[in-house]
Write a protein that binds this ligand. Structure first.
Ligand code: HEC
Ligand code: HEC
Length: 316
């Protein structure tokens, strides 16, 4: 497995992004009433999205404010694991992603499921596994599905460090309050459903330059600089990002990198559908029958168990 060391990759990405897009891009989004039928594996409840021109709902402490003591050392370790999971928690990861690939700006960015907005809201009931989840369990979910791995045990050093980093980012955040910018924005499905032809067009125009024409991302000297969007090294069929609606919200606010909120809702939705109509690692809840797995766990917009271009997706 290729390791990404330090933050060199990120620095390179940012340099390229700045060249390609300039800096900035606005952040905003839409709210919608939730269609409860859509999903067994429901997304988070709708939250106000954050507009760039508006005030930040909450400012997490700056990195240089990490205290120089034992607590600070654990915060730093959690930060390292979060931005470079490949190096600092490799034994728990089964693909080439890092946590920060989907929780941008080191887990700080509003509308990108920031950790400061998440931490104070747990324990919480999750429909996905039908019980009240601790914050540790929630993180374990991202290891199992988004990172296609085996989660670190509760109370382990890796887990404790990630929880401590989140706790520190939430320093001073009001508890029990859903802050604007939590999760990813919810966007409306386009009238008439997704259009894969348009999705492919958007992909080739706005995404392929970084993620590759084949969605496999790009490496420089063996280090991932642009993560894979599908295939063996990406998130698996159980991950939230494989749902068209969740991916569309993430993409709308955050992609193309450095140029968030530039796509129309229609284009964000279609490119999310195009991305998710490709094969990726099996849903870990699979017990030998794709149709049964689809019935039980995939009552939401997604391609698991469907035939696309003659291939049964998620068929093993
Ligand atoms: C492939 C993308 C992806 C990766 C990689 C990923 N996550 Fe997530 N994460 C998500 C999605 C999607 C959600 C759910 C957001 C929603 O439902 O709106 C989520 C939710 C979370 C939440 C709860 C957020 C909330 O507001 O309740 C936490 C905490 C979290 N992830 C931590 C992590 C950690 C730690 C890692 C690395 C071990 C990680 N994630 C890696 C996509 C990802
Ligand atoms: C300028 C380069 C660039 C462009 C263009 C770009 N991305 Fe990304 N994308 C990235 C980088 C870099 C990350 C990881 C971000 C990080 O770690 O901070 C990322 C992360 C992602 C992720 C989450 C991680 C994963 O691998 O699943 C998805 C999904 C994604 N991009 C989809 C898209 C889509 C769809 C488009 C086109 C609309 C797009 N991106 C355009 C650079 C880019």
């Amino acid at each position: 497995m290729n390791r990404r060391t330090g933050t060199g990759g990120t620095v390179m990405c940012l340099a390229l992004v700045t060249t390609l897009w300039g800096v900035g891009g606005t952040v905003s989004g839409q709210d919608q009433g939730k269609d409860s039928r859509i999903d067994y594996q429901a997304e988070l409840p709708p939250t106000e999205t954050v507009n760039e021109s508006g005030k930040m709902p909450f400012e997490p402490p700056r990195e240089d404010a990490i205290p120089d003591d034992q607590y600070g050392a654990m915060v730093r370790l959690g930060h390292q694991i979060f931005v470079d999971t490949q190096t600092y928690a490799s034994e728990f990861v089964g693909n080439e992603l890092n946590c920060t690939n989907c929780h941008l700006d080191q887990g700080r960015k509003p509308n990108s499921a920031p950790l400061w907005a998440a931490y104070t809201l747990y324990p919480a009931y999750r429909k996905k596994n039908d019980h009240v989840n601790t914050y540790e369990e929630r993180i374990q979910g991202c290891f199992r599905y988004s990172m296609n791995g085996t989660p670190p045990p509760s109370g382990s050093k890796t887990m404790t460090a990630l929880v401590t980093y989140s706790y520190w980012l939430a320093t001073g955040a009001p508890t029990g309050e859903v802050l604007p910018g939590r999760g990813y924005p919810i966007i409306q499905p386009p009238a008439g459903g997704h259009d894969l032809v348009n999705g492919e067009q958007v992909y080739q125009t706005s995404c392929a330059i970084c993620h590759g024409t084949d969605g496999q991302g790009q490496k420089v000297s063996g280090q991932v600089v642009f993560p894979a969007l599908w295939g063996d090294q990406s998130f698996n069929w159980g991950a939230g990002m494989h749902r068209i609606n969740t991916a569309a919200g993430f993409i709308k606010s955050n992609m193309p990198l450095g140029h968030g909120d530039s796509l129309s809702d229609r284009d964000a939705w279609d490119v999310a559908a195009f991305m998710n109509s490709h094969e990726r690692p099996q849903d870990p809840r699979f017990e030998g029958d794709t149709t049964a797995t689809r019935e039980q766990f995939h009552q939401h917009p997604g391609f698991y168990g469907q035939v696309v271009d003659g291939n049964l997706l998620g068929g093993d």
